[in-house]
Ligand binder design. Sequence first.
Ligand SMILES: Nc1ncnc2c1ncn2[C@@H]1O[C@H](COP(=O)(O)OP(=O)(O)O)[C@@H](O)[C@H]1O
Ligand SMILES: [Mg+2]
Length: 363
Amino acid sequence: MKDFIRIRGVSKHFGDFVAVDEVDLDIAKGELFSILGGSGCGKTTLLRMLAGFETPTSGTIEIDGTDVTYQAPYDRPVNMMFQSYAIFPHMSVEKNIAYGLRKEKVAIADIDRRVDETLELVQLGDFRKRKPDQLSGGQRQRVALARALIKRPKVLLLDEPLAALDKKLRERTQFELMNIQDELGITFVVVTHDQEEAMTLSTRIAVMDKGRFLQIGTPLEIYEYPSGKFVADFIGTINKFNGTVKSVHEDSIVIECVETGASLAALGKHEVDVGQFVCVAVRPEKIFVGKHKPDNDDDNMMQGVVDDLGYLGNRSLYRIRLADGKIVLVSSQNRRRSAKRFLEWDDEVWISWRPRSAVVLLD
Ligand SMILES: Nc1ncnc2c1ncn2[C@@H]1O[C@H](COP(=O)(O)OP(=O)(O)O)[C@@H](O)[C@H]1O
Ligand SMILES: [Mg+2]
């Protein structure tokens, strides 16, 4: 993987406040890379430094082999699509899309051809004569995208591109965005606070908090092997069991769970000491629930009662209350069709999971 964007030790201070704190990041050509984090964690500031609207307090940014740290925005092979879609209300769709090329005095015939191509790409050919107020939110979003794409940047920066769309439209637009990116091979850097969006869209994700990256990885890596509690909680749902390390073996450890009194085994090589405080984390879909004691003695198991349940068609969600009151979330696929529910409220149940399904978190 050749690094196309190289960010080294980049910080941004506003007075005493550190918005971006010594960030390192490599993005390969053609990636659809997401920067994911809560509001105020520094995502937009980082993107603005990539675009050239903000100068880093320290560090360097390289794009396609050139140091662009102090380059003006228009000298960079980069275009940015803003959080609020900057489209002109008095101009038609095609005029909006052509605007950037007209300003650059590109030949009219070339402009017309590229507008046609871009309209087709974002599937707005039938709407070319309309004004923005005659378009839906999703269509306006595609006009803004077309405006950014027509200049054929090597890198397209998108700041919360889908935030203004409702859920159904957002899901559809996610796939359109992925198709367009795939077709053009442009490197996309997307900023979002929406973990589902990041998971769906991205080749890789950087999870950001307080100006720093906590983890950089593929959606699968970040979901299955979160580096710490923050990432584990931020992406999806996870059950956490606090405990102390009871014994350390070649490729597993045993944890005495403080809350439930149970002994929990976790597979894997872990750099921990006996007596150390750790957290065992298990995703709801990795936990089995049933009325009978599981017969595999190697599994981690506990008893509880069904505190609440939800039927979602393809799967059911259970809240299982353990003896000491701790609630464990379990998600189970509904494989068999049946008019009768498999479990009911207040049923006494066993929950269990395989030692390899747990993640041990140290911070
Ligand atoms: N020009 C600025 N002056 C002072 N503080 C700023 C400025 N721009 C951003 N900040 C602060 O930096 C932090 C990160 O902002 P931002 O990058 O916009 O966050 P995000 O996009 O992740 O929500 C926020 O606390 C914000 O108030
Ligand atoms: Mg922002």
